[in-house]
Design a protein around this ligand. Structure first.
Ligand SMILES: NC(=O)c1ccc[n+]([C@@H]2O[C@H](COP(=O)([O-])OP(=O)(O)OC[C@H]3O[C@@H](n4cnc5c(N)ncnc54)[C@H](O)[C@@H]3O)[C@@H](O)[C@H]2O)c1
Length: 381
């Protein structure tokens, strides 16, 4: 049984840090919260409590959660107050230099047994650890937004992360009601990488004129049970954010054709059509009635191509031993709120259909985009 973690420090009180602090405090952990911007951590605590008050008033949260969070979140104005922490979670700006500077500083403040964890989405856990003195107690702890709601936590091991570090983080996440999935450090970890084909293949079909964006969305929701279509989701999160995430993974893997960012995304960003936040992206907001298409009226190619590419990418991640097939399935399902994970899709679509679909696509695109993973059958199990 891994040693429990009771005292936690959270650095960065933005969107993620605030959610993580709320989650920890709600789970009974004393949670120190620091942000380099004066007043930011206090504002984050006030926001957590104000939102909770409203939820309590509407009967959506218990008064005890409000009380516990009020008591457990301690706003600090100096990182030196993290000295007694057993775990520090970093949720600051996404640059390697800022993160390594912070962790080097934390090494001078915290005990040698305190676990240091980064919530990075796109940087290498191993590379951040390489700048540190005690690399075995360093790991990635990747939460999804909103951290209080999303069940998944990716527990990311760098090349030196100790089993005991991983085990303690797994235990903490489980205690907090989360589902931890252990993953080896690799660009985009599991979810952000395995999600790429959901957008990428939909974008490719739009480029090819297979169907309009609204039709592709409607068919995927209808045939695959996806809660949102890829274009709705890109507009919701931000076209620029999606492009940056795609670019970062494409570059990190050495620019393979299957991750190549779509020219459509580049064009939308150049035109300032960033999705909901700018009033227009793939759709114009406020949006009128959203198209719905019955399964029988859908072009089956739309679901087959997206499904085949989702399964293929997950099989590559499995082949690279990032995680077990079941862990990949769970991570993608929970991280993206999909009804079926890629292993479920592999089984429901069937490996022969997946291979046929990829081979058919490769007849017209010979760039290597549709290269087939040699582990499809093993992944499907
Ligand atoms: N937003 C998401 O959906 C999401 C999801 C998973 C992971 N992440 C990752 O979480 C991290 C934080 O993202 P966010 O969306 O919360 O960002 P954010 O911009 O909302 O918040 C970052 C906060 O960190 C503070 N900060 C910056 N540098 C600091 C430093 N050196 N010391 C202390 N505080 C500092 C800023 O003042 C700001 O309040 C990033 O690494 C991001 O990649 C984000």
């Amino acid at each position: 049984m891994a040693e429990p973690i009771r005292i936690i420090g959270v650095v960065g009180a933005g969107v993620m840090g605030r959610g993580i602090a709320h989650l920890m405090a709600r789970g009974g952990r004393q949670t120190f919260l620091f942000d380099m911007m004066p007043g930011m951590a206090a504002k984050a605590k006030a926001t957590i409590l104000a939102e909770l008050e409203q939820r309590v008033a509407r009967g959506k949260a218990e008064i005890t959660e409000l009380k516990t969070c009020g008591e457990n979140i301690v706003v600090v104005g100096d990182l030196a107050e993290f000295a007694q922490c057993e775990l520090v979670i970093e949720a600051i700006i996404e640059t390697r230099d800022a993160k390594t500077d912070l962790f080097r500083n934390l090494e001078t403040i915290c005990s040698a047994t305190c676990i240091l964890a980064t919530n990075t989405s796109s940087l290498s856990v191993t590379e951040i650890a390489d700048a540190l003195q005690y690399r075995e107690r360093f790991a990635g702890l990747h939460f999804f937004n909103p951290a209080t709601v999303m069940k998944l936590v990716e527990v990311v091991s760098g090349s030196a992360t100790a089993d005991a570090t991983r085990a303690r983080l797994d235990t903490l996440a489980t205690d907090l009601g989360k589902t931890p999935v252990e993953v080896r450090d690799s660009p985009g970890f599991l979810v952000n990488r395995c999600a790429r084909p959901f957008y990428g293949e939909a974008l490719r079909m739009l480029e090819e004129g297979v169907a309009a964006a609204a039709t592709i969305d409607a068919c995927l929701k209808s045939m695959g049970g996806f809660p949102l279509g890829p274009f709705e989701l890109i507009d919701l999160v931000g076209v620029d954010i999606n492009l940056n995430a795609t670019r970062s993974i494409w570059r990190a893997f050495g620019r393979p054709p299957r991750f190549k960012p779509s020219a459509i995304l580049e064009q939308l960003v150049a035109e300032g059509r960033l999705g909901r936040k700018s009033g227009t992206g793939f759709f114009v907001y406020p949006r009128g009635p959203v198209e719905q298409i019955a399964i029988n009226d859908c072009n089956p190619e739309i679901f087959q191509r997206v499904g085949a590419m989702l399964v293929n990418e997950a099989a590559f991640a499995f082949e690279e031993k990032l995680a077990s097939a079941e862990a990949i399935n769970t991570a993608v399902k929970l991280g993206l709120n999909f009804k079926q994970g890629p292993r479920d899709l592999a089984r429901s679509i069937g490996i022969p259909t997946i291979i046929d679909t990829l081979k058919r696509c490769a007849l017209t695109d010979t760039s290597g985009r549709y290269v087939i993973s040699g582990s499809l059958a093993d992944f499907a199990g």
